[in-house]
Design a protein around this ligand. Structure first.
Ligand code: FES
Length: 144
C-alpha cells in the first residue's frame, strides 16, 4: 500500500512536470507567434515619389485607412507624422499661416517636423517609418 501511494505520488509528480512543461512550451510558442505576427502586422505602402514633395510642404493623407501628415523638410527628408496629439490624443489641425500643427483643445503646437514647441505636449508627434528607394519612390510603414 505504501508502494502504491509512493508510485501514485510519483505519477502525480510526473504528470505535474508534464503539464508544467506543456504550459511553458505553449507560452513560449505563443510569445514567438505573437512576435512574428506583430512584425507582419505592418506593411510598406507607396505614397508617391520624391518629386511630388516640395521642401516646406505638408500633405494630409489617408493611407489604407491610416490618417497621417507627410512633411517634406528643408533638407528634402520626408517625415510621416501621426495626427494624434501626444498630450491627450486629440486630432491635429494644420495651421498653414505658421506652418505648424495646432491642437485646439489645449493649445498644443508642433512644428513641421513634429517637434513639440508650445503648450502641454511633452514629446513630439509619433512618426511612421519612411523609406525612399533608389527609384525615388516614398514608402510609409503602416499598421495593417
Ligand atoms: S490634447 Fe493636444 S494639447 Fe491637449
Amino acid at each position: 500500500m505504501n508502494n502504491y501511494q509512493t508510485g501514485d505520488a510519483e505519477m502525480n509528480w510526473s504528470r505535474r512536470k508534464f503539464v508544467v512543461s506543456l504550459a511553458v512550451a505553449g507560452g513560449v510558442s505563443t510569445f514567438l507567434l505573437r512576435d512574428a505576427a506583430s512584425a507582419a502586422d505592418s506593411t510598406w505602402v507607396s505614397v508617391g515619389t520624391t518629386d511630388t514633395f516640395k521642401p516646406g510642404q505638408v500633405q494630409k493623407m489617408s493611407v489604407r485607412g491610416t490618417n497621417l501628415y507627410l512633411a517634406c523638410n528643408q533638407d528634402n527628408s520626408i517625415a510621416a507624422l501621426s495626427p494624434k496629439c501626444t498630450h491627450m490624443g486629440c486630432t491635429v489641425a494644420l495651421d498653414l499661416s505658421r506652418n505648424q500643427f495646432a491642437f485646439p483643445c489645449h493649445g498644443g503646437r508642433f512644428d513641421q517636423t513634429g517637434k513639440n514647441v508650445s503648450g502641454p505636449p511633452q514629446r513630439p508627434l509619433d512618426h511612421y517609418e519612411v523609406r525612399i528607394d533608389k527609384d525615388k519612390t516614398v514608402y510609409v510603414k503602416i499598421p495593417e
